[in-house]
Design a protein around this ligand. Structure first.
Ligand SMILES: [Zn+2]
Length: 74
């Protein structure tokens, strides 16, 4: 189980599905050691993130990496 799925399951949020259409099937974004980032301006700075896309409508749900990894208040 990937880190994002594990964290959402731990918080009982895994089965909520897409916040836009309600679809339950989601696609984790990133492959192996690749991961999404949230770019800041200037674009030399960024936050590491986790993201999943809805397989029905494509809505992308983005989560702060440091909170998902347990280093924040999450
Ligand atoms: Zn959706």
């Amino acid at each position: 189980m990937d880190i994002l799925t594990g964290k959402l399951k731990e918080k009982n949020l895994l089965n909520r599905g897409c916040v836009f259409c309600g679809e339950k099937d989601m696609v984790i974004l990133g492959y192996k050691d690749e991961y999404p980032v949230i770019l800041l301006n200037p674009p030399t700075k960024y936050y590491e993130a986790y993201a999943m896309a809805c397989s029905n409508c494509g809505f992308v749900h983005t989560f702060m990496g440091e909170i998902i990894e347990g280093n924040g208040n999450g």
